[in-house]
Design a protein around this ligand. Structure first.
Ligand code: PLP
Length: 376
């Protein structure tokens, strides 16, 4: 849902997205772009067609509903629902739209069989196994049982066997990736031994760049497509070639004022000026998903320079230090993310100040009104 009440504008550069897709294609033979959560806040309906035009034939969305929206947009695309059927209405919808749904419980297989029988058409599923996240998925030990259940079903075809890695972005925990891959191998053997030709999929962005041995048949890159480096801040940071950040976010400078020495700024008086200084008030706050956690920690960008956030981020207003930007004027665009020069703010930097990861920054800031550039 778009935040409709503000001056914050999200700009999505579709050429940047294509650049990142090309980079990923250089590493992964068969990447299925992950476009869940409205393409990580970049807008599913704008992002997916661009990637499809660039050659992507499979994509992963989140809920069945989101996957159905994607399929409606691109009827020839192979569409995966990563969350799979959760609600009663998901079963007929998945069937009607010919989605490949993640399945992680036997009950889901039986309900899908029932639905497919009613319609009289076969249905494809992706078997999700939990090899180390302790989240959704069959346990590795259930593989033979799942295969036996499938044998007894008439309408359900297993199209993929999948699992998800917990530590692919952390070189210090690469042995855990190896443990998960080993468990995944064991699962694949069960299905291969039965002569079932099922595609295997394990790799997220971290594994696309860091673990070429675990690419299998289909890779599932998400964050890298949007320009986030999965290894940011780790020893493997430089393993990833320069990605282009697809999202930048601006708002307006709405007032400039001078505060005197000893004067405090914003709620709680957490910032008190030590000298006379020029400050700017910008039209953004936590109601626009600009986290209050950025109070006195974040930086913004205007007129070629980075400026610090002063004091507490409010609901719709935030103060910045304009001491070193004497030419700033009311009405200027202020970047919360991105910028037009070498001092531009990267998503990984903003995430670090925010105390989170690039994924959350994209998902949250992306809920503001968006516009697109770089269309073909
Ligand atoms: C989100 C997601 C991905 C993509 O992960 P990134 O780290 O963004 O590359 C891959 N697989 C599944 C199942 C996911 O939910």
């Amino acid at each position: 849902m778009t935040i409709w009440y503000n001056q914050v504008r999200v700009r999505i550069d579709l050429q940047a997205l294509l650049h990142n897709y090309d980079v990923i294609k250089g590493y992964a033979a068969n990447p299925a772009p992950i476009v869940k959560s409205d393409a990580y806040g970049h807008g599913l309906k704008a992002v997916a067609p661009v990637l499809a035009q660039a050659g992507a034939t499979t994509m992963g969305a989140g809920t069945v509903y989101e996957a159905a929206v994607l399929k409606e947009e691109l009827p020839n695309l192979e569409v995966i629902s990563l969350l799979g059927p959760l609600e009663e209405e998901d079963y007929p919808l998945a069937c009607e739209k010919d989605l490949i749904v993640f399945v992680s419980r036997t009950e889901q297989l039986l309900l899908l069989e029932e639905e497919a029988r009613r319609v009289g058409a076969p249905m494809r599923v992706a078997l999700k196994f939990d090899t180390g996240m302790s989240r959704l998925g069959f346990s590795p030990g259930e593989a033979a049982g799942v295969a036996a259940v499938l044998d007894g079903l008439e309408f359900i075809r297993a199209s993929l066997v999948c699992s998800h890695l917990a530590t692919a972005d952390d070189p210090d925990q690469k042995s855990y990736v190896q443990d998960q891959a080993q468990r995944f191998e064991g699962i694949l053997q069960v299905f291969n031994a039965r002569g079932l030709a099922i595609r295997a999929s394990l790799a997220n962005s971290g594994a696309v760049f860091g673990f070429p041995n675990y690419h299998y048949d289909l890779q599932r890159p998400g964050i890298g497509l949007y320009g986030g480096n999965p290894f940011y801040g780790s020893a493997w940071e430089d393993l990833v070639p320069k990605l282009a950040q697809a999202m930048s976010v601006t708002t307006k400078l709405i007032q400039i004022r001078t505060v005197t020495s000893g004067q405090s700024v914003s709620y709680g008086r957490t910032f008190v000026s030590k000298t006379e200084m020029r400050i700017g008030i910008v039209a953004v706050g936590y109601a626009d998903n600009y986290s209050r956690g950025l109070s006195s920690k974040g930086w913004m960008y205007l007129r070629g320079q980075r400026v610090p956030v002063l004091g507490r981020v409010c609901m719709q207003l935030t103060a910045i230090d304009l001491t070193h930007v004497p030419d700033a004027e009311v009405g200027d665009d202020v970047y919360l993310l991105g910028g037009d020069g070498p001092q531009a703010i990267t998503v990984d930097e903003l995430a670090a100040w925010w105390g989170t990861i690039s994924y959350e920054v994209f998902c949250l800031l992306g809920q503001n009104p968006r516009e697109y550039v770089g269309q073909n």
